[in-house]
Design a binder for this molecule. Sequence first.
Ligand code: FES
Length: 108
Amino acid sequence: MSAQILNASSGGQFHRRYRQDEKPVGFSLNGVAQTGRHGDTVLTAIMAVSSHVRHTEFTGETRAGFCLIGACQDCYVMTEEGQRIRACTTPLQEGMRFVTTTLAEAGV
Ligand code: FES
């Protein structure tokens, strides 16, 4: 596994324009080491390296949050430990591990 620095070429839907010099914060997404920045929310960190944070329970469509202020509940993301957290209001912490793949995507 290799850490990826967040930037416009990271493949994420969000592109970091400010605070690029903040302290790096390591986390993992679907088993791959990633790097966010101090002060990121979980949603910001994930969306800087990915196109989505989850799949809907109803249709399987990808979702990336909607309100970004903690009101719509569209940004819930699962941790590897099975905990569901609201990504847009949760500060990113070193060592967090998230899963955004479906079982089919994971080959299970
Ligand atoms: S994006 Fe609406 S609650 Fe997080």
